[in-house]
Design a protein around this ligand. Sequence first.
Ligand code: COA
Ligand code: AMP
Length: 638
Amino acid sequence: METMGNAFEEAYALSINDKAAFWGQAAEGITWTRKWDTVLDESQAPFYRWFAGGELNTCYNAVDRHVENGRGAQAAIIYDSPITNTKRTITYAELQDQVSRLAGVLAAQGVTKGDRVIIYMPMIPESLMAMLACARLGAIHSVVFGGFAPHELATRLNDSTPKMVIAASCGIEPNRVIAYKPMLDEAIAQSTHKPDNVLIFQRPQAEASLDKAGDLDWASEMAKAEPHPCVPVAATDPLYILYTSGTTGQPKGVVRDNGGHAVALKWSMKAIYDIEPGEVFWAASDVGWVVGHSYICYAPLLHGATTVVFEGKPVGTPDAGTFWRVIAEHNVVTLFTAPTAFRAIKREDPDATFLKKYNLEHFRTLFLAGERCDPATIDWAEKILNVPVIDHWWQTETGWSIAANCKGLHLFPVKHGSPTRAVPGWDVQVLDENGHELEPGKIGALVCKLPLPPGTLTTLWKADERYKQAYLAEFPGYYKTGDAGFLDDDHYVYVMTRTDDIINVAGHRLSTGAMEEVLAGHPDVAECAVIGVADDLKGQVPLGFVCLKAGVATPPEKIAADCARLVREQIGPVAAYKQTVVVPRLPKTRSGKILRGTMQKIADNQDFKMPATIDDPGILPEIREALEEIGLAGHRVG
Ligand code: COA
Ligand code: AMP
């Protein structure tokens, strides 16, 4: 395989051998109000600080400087909402006006540098404006995905203690309008921390009544607001906190800085995605996820590109041709989405008949991430689109991709099942359980040698110790990704499975531990386990096993319905928790650990070895039987 002498190899070697030179050069792409003293400050390792001593404003770099450099009339955001039949283009000059006034609104309420602001909003341009207005003031935003229930929002209110919440009056799903304000009021009632103010962007589909003390109306506040200038912050100051699933019900607050984030994301737009300023880039995700933070909001704007804010679904809004229409109509050159979206389109329109209606001549590349991409989906996408389809691997924690085919540097041959190679800045290795490096082809823990490149998590919010324990303790000197996989002889990375109890449902990351905490709260449940089972559309879906307390006579169907309702109420519809089986006992090791992995293999009809430490092998046939009853196949123990 040809690997030498290309721009990728040069960049990669420099990024590993001389980090300061590599990232110092990339930092020239950003405008600083004060240049950094050191590119990489290792003095507080394992807490690494990029561009220490430097000062900048992320919003200035994403908005104002493009206006100053002649891009004022260029589209910054294209809002396309088939779900509301709305389209709207916002230029960089308009974005600057809106964001500076919104920053004025926040400042008038006393929001200042370092304060936290929670944003609970759907896929509308105002969500990006809210994020950018916080960045403009040096306030730290924390966006909460609209599909989470009030309880999850309350957890985040308590952990991040925001001064203010910015929300829309509603979100819109294909089958319903979801009023956000009552959920927000409920979350604030549940939380111990109370924000001073709640700023509501009213949407005509469901206006909120602003009847609580501190409730403010976006439109009337904006009408009287003074534009606020950009506030320089330290490169190492936090830009945002994004909560993500951990192994318990307490989510992890991933902290991102300003300087390293701006440098890495700006660099990635050309190097990884091969985008030029002025081109149209579309990440079909949600602002509540990391993909939305990095590639709907910050990276395209830092690069002076145009970003698409799409409010709809790949199918049903109105049909399986929606993605092709958006690409054709707005001259999108690159689409980034999750494989599940393509599985949904393929299921609805296997012959891609809708595609024939649209002219996709500008379209150059499809990027997929968020879950392991099945080769059949990549095959299909390549065949119908006739452009490179690039799988790339990343996490909320990393903020941008660990492994990818860096199209702007060098396009390597695609190997289905692999997100290609470690991106410049990432030293990916595979270790066995004793921390020894494994040879190519051998599966082990996927880890990244410290320090991680800029733009990655700096710590967990107010939880330095948890950060060290969760990511750095098991393999000293490395960041543990929580994924298992291998490298091949050509240095291609293969990501096979999570090593913890995190599952991936329709590209959404969820904790089975958090769901177990909810089921355990059911008064009839003595013990429970939740696993992720394979699903043709969503990749995985959760499945619960519950054992009932002695003497409980509640019918299993009632228990199952209760469990589904409880998870929906406490975590949210996004958990997609629908199935529960009532079983007499759970399989365990002799030390009492539930054998979730074995149960998952049985449910997915995969071969498995009888665990050597199993306490009572007789329980496995019971599990298989229960699964067969709900149509999941069991494989004979052997
Ligand atoms: N607000 C409120 N509810 C939401 C929501 C939001 N922002 N997003 C999803 N939900 C709800 C859905 O309405 C659904 O509710 P239901 O149980 O009443 O039907 C539930 O959460 C599960 O949602 P989801 O798993 O997304 O299933 P879906 O059937 O609505 O859509 C796909 C399936 C595959 C079309 C959709 O998940 C998709 O487009 N995913 C790919 C893109 C993506 O977002 N990737 C993220 C990382 S890149
Ligand atoms: P999230 O933090 O929601 O982005 O989820 C991150 C997790 O999703 C990773 O740890 C992987 O388990 C999985 N993931 C993301 N991208 C890929 C990919 N390209 N291939 C395989 N798994 C992926």
